[in-house]
Design a binder for this molecule. Structure first.
Ligand SMILES: Nc1nc2c(ncn2[C@@H]2O[C@H](COP(=O)(O)OP(=O)(O)OP(=O)(O)O)[C@@H](O)[C@H]2O)c(=O)[nH]1
Ligand SMILES: [Mg+2]
Length: 405
C-alpha cells in the first residue's frame, strides 16, 4: 500500500470495520424496533378495524440494504485506499467499501494478465532495461495502447538512467505515470467530478454502439442522481430497438424516475427529446438523461440522429448544460478504442463511461481512451446491479489495477 505504514493501516482498517459493524448492528436494532412497532400497530389496527395505511405511519424501510461483509483482505485493502485519500474512520460507508471491493475484484483479470506477471518478473530486484521490455509487452497485452505504453516506458527508462530503481519503487512510479495519463483529460476539462449543476437543466446524452451498456448505465445514473436529490427525468430516445422503452421503464421504476417515451413505431428520437425537454421545463428537472440508439440502418444514420437530437436541445434550451457521454464496453479492448475514435470525430463528445470492467482482462483500455481519444472518464461500471456504477476516481482505479494480490 502507498503512503501509509502497513501495521497502522491494518489497525486503522480493523477500527473502521468495528465501527461499521457497530453501525450495522444499530441499524439492525432500529429495523427490529421498527418491525416490532409495526406489528404492534398492525394489531391495533386490526382490533380497531381502522383503515390506516401503515406505510403512512412508519417509514417503509431503514437504509440498511448493503450488508457488511467479512473482515478480510478485501475490506482491509478498500479501507486502506480510503485512508490514503485522507478519509477519516467515521466518514466511510459500507457502500464505499463494497464498491472498492467490486472494483478490485472486477480488475482481477486485467491484473492477472500483467501485474502478477510483472511482480513475478521484477521480484525485489532493481529494474533493468530487460524488465522494461517485459513491462512494455505486458502493458500492450493489457490493452493500455501503444501511445500510453510508450509514454510510461520512456519515463521509466529516463528514471532508470538517472538512478537505481527497486521493484517496489518501480511499481510506485508506474502507478504515478498511469495516473498522470488518466488525469490529463480530466484536468483539461476543468472539472474533476461530473455532477449536474443545481437549479439548472443538465442534459446528459448516452451514446455508443449497440450492446455496450448505454441503457443499463442510464438506469444506474438515474438511481445515483435521484438518490442525490437531483430532480431527474429519462428520455427514451432509442426508438429503433423494440424493447428499449420497456427496458428503460424498468430502470425508471427501480430508481423512481419518470420515463418520457413515444410508443408508436418508428417514432422520431428527436421528437421524444422535444417532449422530454417540455416536461423537464415544466417540472424544473435538473438532470435529463437521454438514452440513444446503438444501431440504426447505417452508421451515418446514427450520427445524423445524434446531430438532430443535439440541435433540438440547443434550440429549445440553449442554456442547458449538455454532456455527450460515450459508453464503452471495456471487454471490447482495442475494438472499443476504434469506436471511441470514430464517435469522437463526428459526435462532439465530452466524456466517456467505461462499462463491464468486471470479468474482463482488458481494463487497460481505459488508459488508451484517455491518451488516444483525450476523453475524461466520468463513471465506471463493474456489474449489472443498480449500484454497480460510480464516479470515476483515477487514484482508486490505478490502485485497483495494480493491487498486489
Ligand atoms: N457484467 C456487466 N454487464 C453489464 C454492465 N453494463 C451493462 N451490462 C450488460 O450488458 C448488456 C447490454 O446492456 P444494455 O444496457 O442493454 O446495452 P445498450 O448499449 O443499451 O444496448 P443497445 O440498446 O442494444 O444498443 C446487458 O445484458 C447488461 O446487463 C457491466 O458493467 N457489467
Ligand atoms: Mg439500449
Amino acid at each position: 500500500m502507498t503512503n501509509i505504514d502497513s501495521d497502522n493501516s491494518r489497525e486503522w482498517a480493523a477500527q473502521a470495520y468495528a465501527l461499521l459493524k457497530k453501525r450495522q448492528e444499530e441499524q439492525k436494532q432500529e429495523l427490529q424496533l421498527q418491525e416490532e412497532q409495526k406489528q404492534e400497530l398492525q394489531l391495533q389496527e386490526e382490533q380497531k378495524q381502522e383503515l390506516i395505511a401503515k406505510e403512512n405511519l412508519i417509514p417503509a424501510k431503514a437504509n440498511a440494504d448493503t450488508e457488511l461483509g467479512e473482515f478480510d483482505d478485501n475490506f482491509t485493502w478498500s479501507a486502506m485506499v480510503l485512508a490514503s485519500q485522507g478519509k477519516k474512520i467515521n466518514q466511510i460507508s459500507i457502500d464505499e467499501i463494497d464498491w472498492l471491493t467490486k472494483l478490485r475484484k472486477g480488475l482481477e483479470e486485467t491484473r492477472k494478465g500483467f501485474v502478477t506477471e510483472l511482480l513475478d518478473k521484477l521480484g525485489d530486484d532493481p529494474l533493468t532495461p530487460e524488465s522494461l521490455d517485459d513491462l512494455e509487452t505486458l502493458l500492450i497485452r493489457a490493452d493500455v495502447g501503444i501511445d500510453s505504453t510508450d509514454k510510461v516506458i520512456s519515463a521509466l527508462r529516463k528514471k532508470l538512467n538517472e538512478e537505481v530503481v527497486g521493484g517496489e519503487a518501480g511499481i510506485k512510479f508506474l502507478k504515478k505515470e498511469l495516473k498522470l495519463i488518466i488525469d490529463k483529460p480530466i484536468i483539461n476539462s476543468g472539472t474533476d467530478l461530473l455532477v449536474p449543476q443545481k437549479g439548472k437543466l443538465n442534459v446528459w446524452l448516452l451514446v455508443g454502439v449497440n450492446g455496450v451498456g448505454k441503457t443499463t448505465t442510464l438506469g444506474k445514473l438515474a438511481y445515483l442522481s435521484s438518490r442525490s436529490n437531483f430532480k431527474t427525468l429519462i428520455a427514451a430516445a432509442d426508438t429503433f430497438r423494440a424493447a428499449a422503452v420497456e427496458q428503460l421503464k424498468v430502470w425508471g421504476e427501480r430508481s423512481n424516475v419518470d420515463v418520457i417515451s413515444n410508443q408508436s413505431k418508428n417514432a422520431d428520437p428527436a421528437a421524444v427529446v422535444f417532449d422530454a425537454i417540455n416536461s423537464a421545463k415544466k417540472r424544473n428537472v435538473e438532470l435529463l438523461l437521454v438514452d440513444t440508439a446503438g444501431r440504426l440502418q447505417t452508421k451515418n444514420n446514427l450520427m445524423d440522429e445524434l446531430a438532430k437530437i443535439k440541435k433540438i436541445i440547443d434550440k429549445k434550451v440553449p442554456d442547458a448544460i449538455v454532456e455527450s457521454l460515450l459508453v464503452l464496453d471495456a471487454s471490447q479492448g482495442q475494438n472499443g478504442l476504434k469506436q471511441a475514435k470514430s464517435f469522437a470525430k463526428s459526435a462532439n463528445l465530452s466524456g466517456a463511461i467505461i462499462t463491464k470492467l468486471d470479468g474482463t482482462s482488458r481494463g487497460g483500455v481505459s488508459l488508451a481512451v484517455s491518451e488516444e481519444v483525450n476523453l475524461p472518464i466520468r463513471f465506471i461500471g463493474a456489474g449489472e446491479g443498480i449500484k454497480d456504477l460510480r464516479p470515476f476516481n483515477s487514484y482508486e482505479f490505478v490502485e485497483a489495477l495494480l493491487a498486489d494480490k
